[in-house]
Ligand binder design. Structure first.
Ligand code: FES
Length: 104
């Protein structure tokens, strides 16, 4: 496993989201009610870039066809069996850190 920084805390004010690309993986980082969460950043519908979409009421909204995912659980709002992978977050030195499989 490797620890990587996906964002600076100051770059994600409450109620916003952003995108990070680490190696070949894409992540969406959101700040919901002051808590930062990190999820996989590619939509399971047709690979939309979730970090490029809107973020509202704690939901990441895919810019392609509007599927909405809870930014805490990763759950798709219309089918809870579909959910984004979530990553435990650690904040250190103003950075948002997650653990990922080691980079090649
Ligand atoms: S690709 Fe995300 S809703 Fe279609």
């Amino acid at each position: 496993m490797a620890v990587v920084a996906v964002a600076q805390v100051d770059d994600i004010p409450e109620g916003t989201s952003t995108e990070a690309v680490i190696g070949i993986e894409t992540y969406v980082i959101c700040n919901h009610q002051g808590q930062i969460h990190v999820l996989e950043g590619i939509c399971p519908h047709r690979n939309g870039p979730l970090g490029a979409g809107n973020f509202a009421d704690g939901r990441v909204i895919c810019p392609y066809h509007g599927w909405e995912f809870d930014c805490v659980s990763g759950e798709y709002d219309r089918n809870p069996l579909v959910r984004l992978k979530t990553f435990p977050v650690r904040i250190e030195g103003g950075q948002v850190l997650i653990e990922i499989e080691a980079l090649a």
